[in-house]
Design a protein. Structure first.
Length: 323
């Protein structure tokens, strides 16, 4: 097995403890030289000898010093912030952390669905009074859940919904590829509108693209049943905030669970805070104590493959490779 020099950059994501990430890599790759840069100067010095670099981002200033770079392992699922062309031009492969968020984000979505289905928030409000008074709750069973985005997170959500006896509709760019949902539709055409019209819970788990920006607008809220619930763990820009406010004020929506907003952070005086049927969390659905362990697993599996094949092609979670 060849020995790699792995540089762990000092900046992570979601408050990630990079020292713990480095320790997790060392545990899995004891024969590699795993070094943690704690300062900007250390990053600039250590990157010259590293064939593997991992962290939240890789700026062009550091990249220019990465003489031996073969692999940059991003610890975020998103990679739009990376200079991919510059990295691959140096002959290096880029991987991301797609999949590490699946359990925690899927559990957050499921939790929100159950809160609305069983009206747990109403129980919490009555406890504050306190008031022992019965109220009517519903069931998640037999409802229709439409999941927009069927990447790793979307599929994880669908898998966890299976035991609850719901009807699932998936929305993806290429519906002809099929999906683990009961039905799959595309973003274009009447299929999406028809799905919205019978949706009880609309779950957004898609990236923010030209297609999805402003996807949930006045027309979408007008098509959704008035007792539908919106759950957004994607990006705030997938929903038109003003349209959401209009739907809430007109009682055209039962409620919303928003882990992401537009704008973000949500200002203290923003009207969304005032709705009892809007549950806001501060973009933390991706937070998990297992984050760095899962990132280290991906990197370790990829380095094992490199050791076996002698090649960086075809790595797990590869998002960019040299031509």
């Amino acid at each position: 097995m060849s020995e790699h020099t792995v540089l762990v950059l000092r900046e992570g994501t979601h408050g990630m403890a990079m020292s713990e990430y480095a320790a997790a890599i060392r545990e899995r790759r004891p024969d590699d030289d795993v070094v943690l840069a704690r300062t900007r100067d250390e990053e600039r010095e250590l990157i010259a000898d590293a064939d593997v670099v991992t962290g939240g981002g890789l700026g062009r200033d550091l990249l220019e010093r990465a003489d031996d770079l073969d692999l940059f392992a991003a610890i975020s699922a998103g990679y739009e912030h990376l200079p991919l062309d510059d990295i691959t031009a140096r002959g290096a492969v880029v991987t991301n952390a797609s999949g590490v968020h699946v359990p925690n984000m899927a559990e957050q979505v499921l939790g929100n669905l159950l809160v609305f289905a069983r009206r747990l928030d109403e129980g919490w409000r009555r406890q504050q009074v306190p008031r022992w008074e019965h109220y009517q709750a519903g069931e998640l069973k037999d409802s229709t859940v439409t999941v927009v985005g069927l990447g790793a997170i979307g599929q994880g959500i669908v898998a966890r919904l299976e035991p609850f006896g719901v009807e699932t509709v998936g929305v993806r760019y290429s519906p002809e590829k099929g999906a683990p949902t009961d039905e799959v539709v595309g973003f274009d055409g009447p299929g999406f509108e028809a799905a919205l019209a019978r949706t009880d819970y609309l779950v957004l788990a898609c990236p923010l693209t030209d297609t999805t920006e402003g996807l949930v607008d006045d027309a979408a809220f007008g098509t959704l049943p008035p007792d539908a619930v919106l759950v957004n763990v994607a990006r705030g820009g997938v929903v038109e905030t003003d349209a959401l406010l209009r739907a809430l004020r007109k009682n055209e929506l039962r409620g919303a669970a928003l882990d992401v907003t537009d704008p973000e952070p949500l200002p203290e005086d923003h009207p969304l805070w005032a709705f009892e049927n809007v549950h806001v969390t501060p973009h933390m659905a991706g937070s998990t104590p297992e984050y760095y362990e899962r990132c280290a697993d991906i990197l370790a599996r990829n380095l094992e493959r490199v050791d076996e094949t002698g090649d960086y092609a075809g790595l797990e979670n590869a998002v960019a490779e040299p031509e």
